[in-house]
Design a protein around this ligand. Structure first.
Ligand code: URP
Ligand code: ZN
Ligand code: ZN
Length: 460
Protein backbone atom coordinates (compact mmCIF):
# COMPACT_ATOMS: atom_id res chain seq x y z
CA UNK A 1 0.00 0.00 0.00
CA UNK A 2 1.40 3.38 -1.06
CA UNK A 3 0.03 6.70 0.10
CA UNK A 4 1.17 10.04 -1.28
CA UNK A 5 0.53 13.17 0.75
CA UNK A 6 0.92 16.07 -1.66
CA UNK A 7 1.53 19.81 -1.42
CA UNK A 8 1.64 19.98 2.39
CA UNK A 9 3.78 22.18 4.60
CA UNK A 10 5.95 19.54 6.29
CA UNK A 11 7.14 20.51 9.75
CA UNK A 12 9.89 18.83 11.74
CA UNK A 13 11.57 20.04 14.90
CA UNK A 14 14.57 21.07 12.80
CA UNK A 15 12.76 22.95 10.04
CA UNK A 16 9.76 23.22 7.75
CA UNK A 17 9.30 23.17 3.98
CA UNK A 18 6.68 22.57 1.33
CA UNK A 19 7.01 18.90 0.38
CA UNK A 20 5.30 15.69 -0.66
CA UNK A 21 5.50 12.64 1.59
CA UNK A 22 5.46 9.12 0.17
CA UNK A 23 4.42 6.31 2.49
CA UNK A 24 5.16 2.70 1.58
CA UNK A 25 3.62 0.13 3.87
CA UNK A 26 4.27 1.22 7.44
CA UNK A 27 7.12 3.65 6.84
CA UNK A 28 7.93 6.93 5.18
CA UNK A 29 9.73 6.19 1.92
CA UNK A 30 10.49 9.73 0.71
CA UNK A 31 10.05 13.39 1.57
CA UNK A 32 10.79 15.76 -1.33
CA UNK A 33 9.53 18.98 -2.90
CA UNK A 34 7.74 17.09 -5.66
CA UNK A 35 7.17 13.34 -5.90
CA UNK A 36 5.47 11.76 -8.87
CA UNK A 37 5.26 8.19 -7.57
CA UNK A 38 2.30 5.93 -8.26
CA UNK A 39 0.14 5.63 -5.17
CA UNK A 40 -2.94 3.71 -4.05
CA UNK A 41 -4.14 6.73 -2.17
CA UNK A 42 -3.48 10.44 -2.61
CA UNK A 43 -4.07 12.90 0.22
CA UNK A 44 -4.24 16.52 -0.90
CA UNK A 45 -2.60 18.56 1.86
CA UNK A 46 -2.72 21.92 0.06
CA UNK A 47 -2.92 24.65 2.72
CA UNK A 48 -2.38 22.09 5.47
CA UNK A 49 0.45 21.16 7.79
CA UNK A 50 2.00 17.70 7.76
CA UNK A 51 3.47 16.84 11.16
CA UNK A 52 4.93 13.78 12.87
CA UNK A 53 2.21 12.15 14.96
CA UNK A 54 2.04 13.48 18.49
CA UNK A 55 3.62 11.51 21.33
CA UNK A 56 1.85 11.76 24.67
CA UNK A 57 4.48 10.60 27.15
CA UNK A 58 2.24 10.73 30.24
CA UNK A 59 -1.08 8.90 30.39
CA UNK A 60 -2.93 6.76 32.94
CA UNK A 61 -5.24 4.48 30.97
CA UNK A 62 -7.32 1.84 32.77
CA UNK A 63 -5.55 2.70 36.02
CA UNK A 64 -7.19 1.51 39.25
CA UNK A 65 -7.13 4.26 41.85
CA UNK A 66 -8.52 1.93 44.50
CA UNK A 67 -10.93 -1.01 44.72
CA UNK A 68 -13.89 1.09 43.49
CA UNK A 69 -12.53 3.56 40.96
CA UNK A 70 -10.52 3.13 37.75
CA UNK A 71 -9.56 5.90 35.33
CA UNK A 72 -12.39 6.19 32.82
CA UNK A 73 -10.58 5.52 29.54
CA UNK A 74 -9.18 2.13 28.70
CA UNK A 75 -6.62 1.52 25.96
CA UNK A 76 -9.31 1.44 23.28
CA UNK A 77 -11.30 4.58 24.12
CA UNK A 78 -8.18 6.44 25.23
CA UNK A 79 -6.16 5.77 22.10
CA UNK A 80 -9.13 6.49 19.81
CA UNK A 81 -9.43 9.89 21.50
CA UNK A 82 -5.65 10.34 21.21
CA UNK A 83 -5.69 9.58 17.47
CA UNK A 84 -8.58 11.96 16.81
CA UNK A 85 -6.56 14.64 18.57
CA UNK A 86 -3.43 13.97 16.49
CA UNK A 87 -1.51 11.76 18.93
CA UNK A 88 -0.23 8.48 17.47
CA UNK A 89 1.92 7.18 20.32
CA UNK A 90 1.13 7.02 24.02
CA UNK A 91 3.55 6.16 26.80
CA UNK A 92 1.37 4.97 29.63
CA UNK A 93 2.29 4.52 33.28
CA UNK A 94 2.08 0.86 34.18
CA UNK A 95 1.70 0.77 37.95
CA UNK A 96 3.26 -1.51 40.55
CA UNK A 97 0.90 -1.84 43.50
CA UNK A 98 2.08 -2.80 46.98
CA UNK A 99 3.55 -6.30 47.11
CA UNK A 100 3.69 -6.75 43.34
CA UNK A 101 6.79 -7.41 41.27
CA UNK A 102 7.51 -5.01 38.42
CA UNK A 103 7.17 -7.95 36.04
CA UNK A 104 3.66 -8.66 37.29
CA UNK A 105 2.69 -5.01 36.87
CA UNK A 106 4.12 -4.96 33.35
CA UNK A 107 2.22 -8.11 32.37
CA UNK A 108 -0.99 -6.58 33.74
CA UNK A 109 -0.51 -3.47 31.60
CA UNK A 110 0.46 -5.52 28.54
CA UNK A 111 -2.85 -7.37 28.87
CA UNK A 112 -4.78 -4.11 29.22
CA UNK A 113 -3.30 -2.68 26.00
CA UNK A 114 -2.88 -5.75 23.80
CA UNK A 115 -5.75 -6.14 21.35
CA UNK A 116 -7.30 -2.82 22.40
CA UNK A 117 -4.93 0.07 21.61
CA UNK A 118 -5.55 1.61 18.19
CA UNK A 119 -2.17 3.38 17.99
CA UNK A 120 1.28 2.35 19.16
CA UNK A 121 2.05 2.40 22.86
CA UNK A 122 4.89 2.01 25.29
CA UNK A 123 5.14 1.91 29.06
CA UNK A 124 6.91 3.58 31.92
CA UNK A 125 6.73 1.80 35.28
CA UNK A 126 5.47 3.44 38.47
CA UNK A 127 7.51 2.01 41.35
CA UNK A 128 5.47 2.34 44.53
CA UNK A 129 6.97 -0.50 46.56
CA UNK A 130 10.76 -0.31 46.27
CA UNK A 131 12.80 -3.17 47.75
CA UNK A 132 16.09 -5.00 47.14
CA UNK A 133 14.27 -7.30 44.74
CA UNK A 134 12.61 -4.45 42.87
CA UNK A 135 15.97 -2.69 42.59
CA UNK A 136 17.37 -5.68 40.67
CA UNK A 137 14.19 -6.11 38.68
CA UNK A 138 14.66 -2.62 37.22
CA UNK A 139 17.49 -4.01 35.03
CA UNK A 140 15.18 -6.58 33.45
CA UNK A 141 12.62 -3.91 32.66
CA UNK A 142 15.23 -1.76 30.93
CA UNK A 143 16.14 -4.79 28.79
CA UNK A 144 12.48 -5.45 28.02
CA UNK A 145 12.02 -1.95 26.60
CA UNK A 146 10.57 -0.23 29.66
CA UNK A 147 13.56 1.90 30.70
CA UNK A 148 11.77 4.66 32.63
CA UNK A 149 10.44 4.57 36.18
CA UNK A 150 8.14 7.01 37.89
CA UNK A 151 8.73 7.70 41.56
CA UNK A 152 6.66 9.88 43.87
CA UNK A 153 7.68 12.32 46.58
CA UNK A 154 3.94 12.74 47.29
CA UNK A 155 1.05 10.58 48.55
CA UNK A 156 2.66 9.18 51.75
CA UNK A 157 1.49 5.67 52.62
CA UNK A 158 0.42 4.96 49.06
CA UNK A 159 2.95 5.90 46.41
CA UNK A 160 5.60 8.04 48.12
CA UNK A 161 9.18 6.77 48.41
CA UNK A 162 11.66 8.21 50.90
CA UNK A 163 14.83 9.95 49.73
CA UNK A 164 17.00 6.86 50.33
CA UNK A 165 14.85 4.71 48.07
CA UNK A 166 14.65 7.44 45.43
CA UNK A 167 18.43 7.78 45.56
CA UNK A 168 18.93 4.01 45.20
CA UNK A 169 16.56 3.87 42.23
CA UNK A 170 18.41 6.76 40.62
CA UNK A 171 21.77 5.02 41.11
CA UNK A 172 20.37 1.86 39.54
CA UNK A 173 18.86 3.78 36.65
CA UNK A 174 22.17 5.53 35.99
CA UNK A 175 23.98 2.18 35.94
CA UNK A 176 21.56 0.44 33.60
CA UNK A 177 20.48 3.13 31.13
CA UNK A 178 17.17 3.84 32.84
CA UNK A 179 15.56 7.20 33.51
CA UNK A 180 13.72 8.28 36.65
CA UNK A 181 10.56 10.31 36.14
CA UNK A 182 9.64 12.21 39.28
CA UNK A 183 6.28 13.36 40.62
CA UNK A 184 7.71 16.19 42.66
CA UNK A 185 5.60 17.57 45.51
CA UNK A 186 6.51 17.41 49.20
CA UNK A 187 3.99 14.81 50.40
CA UNK A 188 4.66 15.24 54.15
CA UNK A 189 4.12 19.00 54.06
CA UNK A 190 0.97 18.57 51.98
CA UNK A 191 -0.40 15.98 54.40
CA UNK A 192 0.00 18.37 57.34
CA UNK A 193 -1.69 21.18 55.41
CA UNK A 194 -4.55 18.90 54.38
CA UNK A 195 -5.16 17.67 57.94
CA UNK A 196 -5.12 21.21 59.32
CA UNK A 197 -7.51 22.45 56.65
CA UNK A 198 -9.99 19.63 57.24
CA UNK A 199 -9.78 20.13 61.01
CA UNK A 200 -10.69 23.78 60.43
CA UNK A 201 -13.75 22.70 58.44
CA UNK A 202 -12.33 23.77 55.10
CA UNK A 203 -13.52 21.01 52.78
CA UNK A 204 -14.23 22.45 49.29
CA UNK A 205 -12.29 21.61 46.08
CA UNK A 206 -10.46 24.98 46.21
CA UNK A 207 -8.67 23.85 49.38
CA UNK A 208 -7.04 21.05 47.36
CA UNK A 209 -5.03 23.75 45.58
CA UNK A 210 -4.34 25.75 48.72
CA UNK A 211 -2.89 22.71 50.48
CA UNK A 212 -0.51 21.90 47.62
CA UNK A 213 1.32 25.25 47.26
CA UNK A 214 3.96 25.93 44.60
CA UNK A 215 6.63 25.90 47.31
CA UNK A 216 5.87 22.23 48.03
CA UNK A 217 6.48 21.50 44.36
CA UNK A 218 9.61 23.65 44.10
CA UNK A 219 11.12 21.99 47.21
CA UNK A 220 10.62 18.50 45.78
CA UNK A 221 11.90 19.51 42.33
CA UNK A 222 15.01 20.95 43.98
CA UNK A 223 15.48 17.77 46.06
CA UNK A 224 14.87 15.48 43.10
CA UNK A 225 17.46 17.26 41.00
CA UNK A 226 19.95 17.31 43.88
CA UNK A 227 19.50 13.56 44.45
CA UNK A 228 19.96 12.91 40.72
CA UNK A 229 23.18 14.93 40.73
CA UNK A 230 24.45 12.93 43.72
CA UNK A 231 23.57 9.70 41.91
CA UNK A 232 25.14 10.80 38.62
CA UNK A 233 21.72 10.32 37.02
CA UNK A 234 19.39 12.28 34.81
CA UNK A 235 15.89 13.08 36.04
CA UNK A 236 12.66 13.80 34.17
CA UNK A 237 10.29 16.05 36.13
CA UNK A 238 6.71 15.19 35.21
CA UNK A 239 3.78 17.63 35.10
CA UNK A 240 5.72 20.71 36.18
CA UNK A 241 3.11 23.30 37.06
CA UNK A 242 4.62 26.42 38.61
CA UNK A 243 7.10 29.20 37.95
CA UNK A 244 8.70 28.38 41.32
CA UNK A 245 9.39 24.79 40.27
CA UNK A 246 10.66 25.94 36.87
CA UNK A 247 13.16 28.21 38.63
CA UNK A 248 14.60 25.12 40.35
CA UNK A 249 14.94 23.35 36.98
CA UNK A 250 16.76 26.34 35.52
CA UNK A 251 19.04 26.59 38.57
CA UNK A 252 19.81 22.88 38.39
CA UNK A 253 20.67 23.05 34.70
CA UNK A 254 22.86 26.08 35.27
CA UNK A 255 25.04 24.05 37.60
CA UNK A 256 25.15 21.14 35.14
CA UNK A 257 22.37 18.83 36.35
CA UNK A 258 20.80 16.63 33.69
CA UNK A 259 17.13 17.44 34.00
CA UNK A 260 14.25 17.27 31.55
CA UNK A 261 11.00 19.06 32.36
CA UNK A 262 7.51 18.22 31.21
CA UNK A 263 4.44 20.41 31.57
CA UNK A 264 0.82 19.84 30.53
CA UNK A 265 -1.80 21.92 28.69
CA UNK A 266 -3.82 22.37 31.88
CA UNK A 267 -0.98 24.32 33.51
CA UNK A 268 -0.62 26.49 30.41
CA UNK A 269 -4.29 27.07 29.62
CA UNK A 270 -6.20 26.91 32.93
CA UNK A 271 -5.66 28.67 36.24
CA UNK A 272 -6.70 28.29 39.87
CA UNK A 273 -9.73 30.51 39.22
CA UNK A 274 -11.37 27.26 38.06
CA UNK A 275 -11.63 26.26 41.73
CA UNK A 276 -13.94 29.22 42.37
CA UNK A 277 -16.75 27.48 40.49
CA UNK A 278 -19.74 26.76 42.75
CA UNK A 279 -20.31 23.52 44.68
CA UNK A 280 -18.45 20.51 43.36
CA UNK A 281 -17.75 22.12 39.95
CA UNK A 282 -14.20 22.77 41.11
CA UNK A 283 -13.67 19.02 41.55
CA UNK A 284 -13.32 18.76 37.77
CA UNK A 285 -9.95 20.46 38.16
CA UNK A 286 -8.68 18.51 41.15
CA UNK A 287 -5.36 17.11 40.00
CA UNK A 288 -1.88 17.07 41.46
CA UNK A 289 -0.08 19.38 41.21
CA UNK A 290 -3.12 21.67 41.15
CA UNK A 291 -3.82 24.51 38.72
CA UNK A 292 -1.82 27.59 39.63
CA UNK A 293 -2.36 31.36 39.72
CA UNK A 294 -2.54 33.08 36.33
CA UNK A 295 0.47 35.23 37.17
CA UNK A 296 2.93 32.32 36.81
CA UNK A 297 1.45 30.96 33.62
CA UNK A 298 3.22 33.28 31.19
CA UNK A 299 6.51 32.21 32.80
CA UNK A 300 5.74 28.59 31.80
CA UNK A 301 4.99 29.67 28.23
CA UNK A 302 8.26 31.61 28.07
CA UNK A 303 10.10 28.61 29.50
CA UNK A 304 8.50 26.32 26.95
CA UNK A 305 9.46 28.58 24.06
CA UNK A 306 13.00 29.05 25.37
CA UNK A 307 13.78 25.36 25.94
CA UNK A 308 13.66 25.47 29.74
CA UNK A 309 10.63 23.17 29.57
CA UNK A 310 11.18 20.32 27.14
CA UNK A 311 7.95 18.42 26.60
CA UNK A 312 4.18 18.77 26.82
CA UNK A 313 2.25 15.66 27.85
CA UNK A 314 -1.25 15.33 29.26
CA UNK A 315 -1.20 13.33 32.51
CA UNK A 316 -4.53 12.06 31.13
CA UNK A 317 -6.26 10.53 34.16
CA UNK A 318 -10.02 10.99 33.78
CA UNK A 319 -12.68 10.34 36.39
CA UNK A 320 -16.39 10.85 35.94
CA UNK A 321 -18.35 13.51 37.80
CA UNK A 322 -19.98 10.82 39.94
CA UNK A 323 -16.51 9.60 40.94
CA UNK A 324 -15.35 13.15 41.63
CA UNK A 325 -18.43 13.54 43.87
CA UNK A 326 -16.85 11.10 46.34
CA UNK A 327 -15.07 14.15 47.67
CA UNK A 328 -18.18 16.19 48.49
CA UNK A 329 -17.55 17.32 52.06
CA UNK A 330 -13.85 16.33 51.95
CA UNK A 331 -11.68 17.55 49.06
CA UNK A 332 -8.97 15.02 49.93
CA UNK A 333 -11.27 12.21 48.77
CA UNK A 334 -11.73 13.63 45.26
CA UNK A 335 -9.98 11.33 42.75
CA UNK A 336 -6.98 13.26 41.42
CA UNK A 337 -6.73 13.70 37.67
CA UNK A 338 -8.38 15.12 34.58
CA UNK A 339 -8.96 14.21 30.92
CA UNK A 340 -6.74 15.64 28.18
CA UNK A 341 -5.44 13.01 25.76
CA UNK A 342 -7.66 14.27 22.93
CA UNK A 343 -7.13 18.01 23.33
CA UNK A 344 -3.37 18.32 23.94
CA UNK A 345 -2.30 19.05 20.38
CA UNK A 346 -5.13 21.43 19.45
CA UNK A 347 -4.93 23.40 22.71
CA UNK A 348 -1.18 23.80 22.39
CA UNK A 349 -1.40 24.74 18.74
CA UNK A 350 -4.13 27.27 19.37
CA UNK A 351 -2.75 28.84 22.54
CA UNK A 352 0.88 28.39 21.48
CA UNK A 353 1.38 28.64 17.73
CA UNK A 354 -1.64 30.75 16.78
CA UNK A 355 -1.03 33.23 19.58
CA UNK A 356 2.62 33.61 18.60
CA UNK A 357 4.10 32.00 21.70
CA UNK A 358 5.61 28.97 19.91
CA UNK A 359 7.03 28.48 16.44
CA UNK A 360 5.65 25.58 14.42
CA UNK A 361 8.98 23.79 14.79
CA UNK A 362 8.98 24.24 18.55
CA UNK A 363 5.41 22.91 18.67
CA UNK A 364 6.56 19.73 16.91
CA UNK A 365 9.61 19.51 19.13
CA UNK A 366 7.71 19.61 22.45
CA UNK A 367 4.78 17.43 21.36
CA UNK A 368 6.66 14.78 19.37
CA UNK A 369 10.41 14.97 18.66
CA UNK A 370 11.72 15.56 22.18
CA UNK A 371 9.42 12.97 23.82
CA UNK A 372 10.68 10.50 21.17
CA UNK A 373 14.33 11.37 21.86
CA UNK A 374 13.97 11.38 25.64
CA UNK A 375 12.20 8.04 25.76
CA UNK A 376 14.20 6.05 23.22
CA UNK A 377 11.84 6.15 20.25
CA UNK A 378 13.67 8.53 17.89
CA UNK A 379 13.87 8.56 14.85
CA UNK A 380 11.38 5.73 14.50
CA UNK A 381 8.85 8.16 15.97
CA UNK A 382 8.93 11.95 16.16
CA UNK A 383 10.06 12.82 12.62
CA UNK A 384 8.71 13.15 9.11
CA UNK A 385 11.72 11.54 7.47
CA UNK A 386 12.54 8.57 5.24
CA UNK A 387 12.71 5.40 7.34
CA UNK A 388 10.55 6.72 10.18
CA UNK A 389 7.22 5.09 10.97
CA UNK A 390 4.48 6.70 8.89
CA UNK A 391 2.74 8.27 11.90
CA UNK A 392 1.55 11.48 10.33
CA UNK A 393 -0.96 14.18 11.08
CA UNK A 394 -2.40 16.43 8.39
CA UNK A 395 -3.51 19.51 10.33
CA UNK A 396 -6.00 21.99 9.05
CA UNK A 397 -4.77 25.23 10.65
CA UNK A 398 -7.89 27.15 9.65
CA UNK A 399 -10.53 24.79 10.96
CA UNK A 400 -12.25 25.92 14.13
CA UNK A 401 -13.80 23.54 16.60
CA UNK A 402 -15.43 23.88 19.97
CA UNK A 403 -14.30 21.53 22.72
CA UNK A 404 -17.19 19.86 24.50
CA UNK A 405 -17.95 16.70 26.47
CA UNK A 406 -20.94 16.28 24.15
CA UNK A 407 -18.65 15.68 21.17
CA UNK A 408 -15.32 14.49 22.55
CA UNK A 409 -14.32 10.83 22.40
CA UNK A 410 -12.89 10.42 25.88
CA UNK A 411 -15.13 8.28 28.07
CA UNK A 412 -15.78 10.96 30.65
CA UNK A 413 -18.78 13.22 31.15
CA UNK A 414 -17.06 16.59 31.34
CA UNK A 415 -14.31 18.57 29.68
CA UNK A 416 -12.10 21.00 31.64
CA UNK A 417 -12.18 23.13 28.46
CA UNK A 418 -15.96 23.04 27.83
CA UNK A 419 -16.99 25.64 25.23
CA UNK A 420 -13.44 26.68 24.36
CA UNK A 421 -12.89 27.36 20.67
CA UNK A 422 -9.65 26.12 19.16
CA UNK A 423 -8.45 26.70 15.67
CA UNK A 424 -6.76 23.69 14.09
CA UNK A 425 -7.96 20.14 13.78
CA UNK A 426 -6.54 16.87 12.58
CA UNK A 427 -7.92 16.22 9.08
CA UNK A 428 -6.20 12.93 8.32
CA UNK A 429 -4.12 10.87 10.76
CA UNK A 430 -1.95 7.91 9.78
CA UNK A 431 -0.62 5.33 12.20
CA UNK A 432 2.17 3.25 10.63
CA UNK A 433 0.79 4.00 7.18
CA UNK A 434 -2.86 3.20 7.95
CA UNK A 435 -5.40 6.01 7.92
CA UNK A 436 -6.94 5.98 11.40
CA UNK A 437 -8.73 9.35 11.38
CA UNK A 438 -10.47 11.07 8.51
CA UNK A 439 -12.64 14.18 8.79
CA UNK A 440 -12.56 13.98 12.57
CA UNK A 441 -13.86 10.39 12.60
CA UNK A 442 -11.99 7.32 13.78
CA UNK A 443 -11.65 4.87 10.89
CA UNK A 444 -8.90 2.63 12.29
CA UNK A 445 -9.05 -0.78 13.91
CA UNK A 446 -9.24 -1.80 17.56
CA UNK A 447 -6.05 -3.65 18.47
CA UNK A 448 -3.96 -2.29 15.59
CA UNK A 449 -1.57 -0.53 18.00
CA UNK A 450 1.71 -2.28 18.82
CA UNK A 451 3.87 -2.34 21.91
CA UNK A 452 7.02 -0.28 21.38
CA UNK A 453 10.13 -1.67 22.99
CA UNK A 454 12.09 1.44 23.85
CA UNK A 455 15.84 1.90 23.98
CA UNK A 456 17.39 2.91 27.28
CA UNK A 457 20.35 5.23 27.78
CA UNK A 458 19.32 8.00 25.43
CA UNK A 459 22.33 10.12 26.27
CA UNK A 460 20.66 12.74 28.44
O1 URP B 1 -3.66 14.24 39.69
C1 URP B 1 -2.98 13.54 38.96
N1 URP B 1 -1.95 14.04 38.37
N2 URP B 1 -3.32 12.25 38.78
C2 URP B 1 -2.63 11.31 38.00
C3 URP B 1 -1.52 10.64 38.73
C4 URP B 1 -0.26 11.47 38.77
O2 URP B 1 0.16 11.85 39.83
O3 URP B 1 0.35 11.74 37.73
ZN1 ZN C 1 2.15 12.44 39.03
ZN1 ZN D 1 0.39 11.19 35.98
Amino acid sequence: MRTLIRHGHVVNAGGASRADVLVEGETIAAVAPSLSAEADRIVDATGKLVLPGGIDAHTHLDMPLDADVTSADDFESGTIAAAIGGTTTVIDYATQFTGETLQHALETWMRKADGRAVVDYAFHMIVSDFSDRVETEMDALVREGVPSFKLFTAYPGRLMLDDGRIFRAMLRAAETGGLICLHAENGHVIDVLVRRALAAGRTSPRVHAETRPPGAEAEAVHRGIALAELAGAAVYIVHLSSAEALAEVVRGRDRGARVVAETCPQYLCLSDECYDAPGMEGAKYVMSPPLRAKAGQERLWLGLAAGEIDTVATDHCPFTLAEKARGAGDFSKIPNGAPGIETRMSLLFDAGVRRGRLSLERFVEVTSATPAKTFGLYPRKGAVAPGSDADLVVWDPEKTMTISAATHHMRVDYSPYEGRQVTVAAGVVLSRGQVVVEGGRFVGRTGAGRFLKRAGGTGL
